[in-house]
Design a binder for this molecule. Sequence first.
Ligand SMILES: *[C@@H]1O[C@H](CO)[C@@H](O)[C@H](O)[C@H]1NC(C)=O
Length: 400
Amino acid sequence: MVKRGSVLSKFQNFDAYAKTLDDFRIKTYYGAALTIISTLIILVLLWSEFNEYRSTEIKPELVVDTSRKEKLTININITFPRVPCYLLSVDVMDIAGESQNDLTHDVYKTRIDSMGNKILIEKATEIGNKTKEPKNIVSETAPSTNETYCGSCYGGDPPESGCCNTCEEVQESYIRKGWSLNNPNDIEQCVKEGWSKKASEQAKEGCNVAGSVMVNKVAGNFHLAPGKSYQQNNFHVHDIQPFLSDGTNHDFTHIIHHLSFGPMVEGVANPLDGVSQAVSSGLHMYTYFVKVVSTQFHFLNETSIYTNQYSVTQFGRDLTGKDNHDGHSHNQGGLPGVFFNYEISPMLIINREESKSLTHFLTGVCAIVGGIFTVAGILDGFIYNAEKTFKKKVELGKHL
Ligand SMILES: *[C@@H]1O[C@H](CO)[C@@H](O)[C@H](O)[C@H]1NC(C)=O
């Protein structure tokens, strides 16, 4: 009994919170007020601390991108109010020069009338150099199905079959020779297909190009340019004659509704969305230099999104060479149209969603409770002492 008591009393020496006797405690009205106020403050602060604990945050991390053999999806939606669809071709080329036939692509051209309303959808088949003229021009009068028919190429370089059975084939054979088909009315195949009539009907139209293109994840270029495009001696050539000389003033004024690389994620801004650019002359080349940065999102619910962000600079160039200071023509070549040169950044941004730690929350709680009570205690002591001094002075005054 005695022994236990002495052990206990030794242990009691560790008490950092020695109590004062209740008899010596004085309760004051301002002490009560301070207690209530500090309790309210504590509750408010605890509530906000708890809310912060429950929220998550996205932590970005920058590493070198070591992934390989990836594909890049380009999503595009762009409108040209003054270039009809049949004059517009969409081409993708990358620096690897890799065959583009394995592209999975889904790009649609929509004809827009002069009032800006949609007319009909056609699939853009120019991509990957599979040159097929937009369907709405050719399809109504199907190429001659007569097996024995072999159209003349009118001096052009004939295709492998040796015959030019459609207006388009005549055009291609001309381009292979380096000529341009200036007068389709002289070509039997074109007259049969009603080419000129269609062309003049659609001359005042515009075109919307929308869809997704899958490309190799290497630097490359996709462009929307006039005329039929094809590969000639390793050069990418467009026949722009119809664009320049069909009697209508076309130009590459454009509105980019949307341009993104990969899936959409909330919080990733696409700087070109909604950008429009007015161009006054048909001979104008507009180039966007796009740097694509791979971005990953890893969310707490174990889902991940692999997408890309980009930054862009833009540059417009007049191809007529009129704006030279020294009067010489410095026409360095170039093609009217809208070009997107994209480069892949070697850096990868990993955004991880993280929750707040419980220990951090508990530390915060202790800091709030302890801190507020300490400050209130100091205030209380201050008021108590001030009151005591004041009372003493009053009493001294009475005695005098
Ligand atoms: C392209 O953008 C226009 C304007 O925002 C929109 O009306 C149209 O539906 C879009 N096309 C596609 C295929 O998303």
